[in-house]
Design a protein around this ligand. Structure first.
Ligand code: GLU
Length: 408
């Protein structure tokens, strides 16, 4: 998917065929074996990966994913998308991604800690504040980043907070980082509503995924006056056309670890959830959710991609024939997370920390610029919002590489 999208953008940007492979191949990819002593006395060897896509703009940046479907190919695609995302928002980074093929829900806290520390140890020659800076992604969180930071720091002999972002605030994390992705998703939806003349007071939203991105997006949309009528997680979903009680839902999830069974709505499957009538549909889980099969049937006016890669290129072709749907593409829509990661890194390097309102204000300013540029380019060149956003990102990386020459 990532390569297919790149080829379409390269054609729009008229990048010579001879330069295309250099932009597509990841600069570096590392596979490691991660042996972990398990609680039952056995040792299990997990596979871990880290891919750094390009080095033309500075260190590389991107999350670490713990999920049973993680493969080197998936991590490489996610690293490429991180490159375009960072370039679109003007961050001085190349893209990276990492992951371990594991179901984190099946591990005890101790097993997760041992896995994370051993994986980090294997990554030590590959990461660092000036080299490559991991962050949370699907299946990882602030605690994972704290263990990574501590393992790296133990090796260095002093605290190195700038080696990861998305850490707890108490050890050098940034205020507003945990909320940044979901908050950014909601802000961009608000801007899209304004562009198409939709009133927030009567708008409804359906959100796939109730993790860090989906849940904060739900709360932030509610603040803008949008009614959240459907949410789901990996187990299934709930729907209430009158609106879900988010506080009650969150309390339910805290004790049941799933939205399934929530008494304030009717049960729906993930496949049904995506087809519910709504104004705003937010896939905020995994890749390949909007496909050739359901793209013609989704019933929203705004498709806001909180996840990375939720829409396949075949689905994109169908959406291009449905101009009534305004797509906020992933590299723009979920970029709030890495933007505040950048703020966290800057604060760590300077040991000078900002207030939450400063963080949110600077975040919205960057998102506003990226949204406006993308919309203008899409209208001027009559290309989709995805092609416009990717064009802006790819163009910056291409220009940087041209200016620098051979190395990166
Ligand atoms: N995992 C997030 C993403 O896909 C955040 C990456 C970061 O903050 O470095 O954008």
């Amino acid at each position: 998917m990532a390569c297919q999208q790149f080829d379409s953008v390269a054609t729009i940007l008229e990048i010579p065929v001879n330069d295309r492979d250099r932009m597509k191949f990841p600069k570096r990819a590392l596979t490691v074996a991660v042996p972990v002593p398990m609680d039952n006395g056995t040792t299990h060897v997990f596979s871990g990966y880290r891919v750094q896509h390009h080095l033309a703009l500075g260190p590389t940046k991107g999350g670490i994913r713990y999920h049973p479907d993680v493969t080197l190919g998936e991590v490489a695609a996610l690293a490429m998308w991180m490159s375009w995302k960072c370039a679109l928002t003007g961050l001085p980074y190349g893209g990276a991604k990492g992951g371990v093929t594991v179901d984190p829900g099946a591990l005890s806290l101790g097993e997760k800690e041992r896995l994370t520390r051993r994986f980090t140890q294997e990554l030590i020659p590959f990461i660092g504040p000036q080299v490559d800076i991991p962050a949370p992604d699907v299946g990882t969180n602030e605690q994972t980043m704290a263990w990574m930071m501590d393992t790296y720091s133990t090796h260095a002999g002093h605290s190195v907070p700038g080696v990861v972002t998305g850490k707890p605030v108490v050890i050098g994390g940034s205020l507003g980082r945990r909320e940044a992705t979901g908050r950014g998703v909601a802000y961009l939806i608000y801007r899209a509503m304004d562009s198409i003349g939709m009133k927030e007071g009567s708008a409804t939203a359906v959100i796939q995924g109730f993790g860090n991105v989906g849940s904060i997006a739900a709360w932030s949309l509610a603040k803008y006056g949008v009614k959240v009528v459907g949410v789901s997680d990996a187990m299934g979903g709930v729907y209430n056309p009158a609106g879900l009680d988010l506080a009650a839902l969150e309390a339910w999830v805290a004790s049941n670890r799933t939205v399934v069974g929530f008494p304030g709505g009717d049960a729906v499957s993930n496949a049904e959830l995506l087809l519910l009538p709504c104004d705003i549909l937010v896939p905020a889980a995994l890749e390949r959710q909007i496909t050739a099969e359901n793209a013609g049937k989704i019933q929203c006016r705004i498709l806001a991609e909180g996840a990375n890669g939720p829409t396949t290129p075949e689905a994109d072709d169908i959406l291009a024939q449905r101009p009534e749907i305004f797509v906020i593409p992933d590299v723009l829509c979920n970029s709030g997370g890495v933007v505040v990661s950048y703020f966290e890194w800057v604060q760590d390097l300077q040991s000078f920390f900002w207030s939450e309102s400063e963080v949110v204000d600077k975040l919205f300013r960057i998102l506003e610029g990226a949204f406006t540029q993308t919309l203008q380019l899409s209208r001027k060149q009559k290309i989709t919002m995805r092609m416009a956003a990717l064009s802006l990102g790819v163009r910056r990386v291409y220009d940087a590489r041209k200016a620098r020459g051979v190395f990166p």
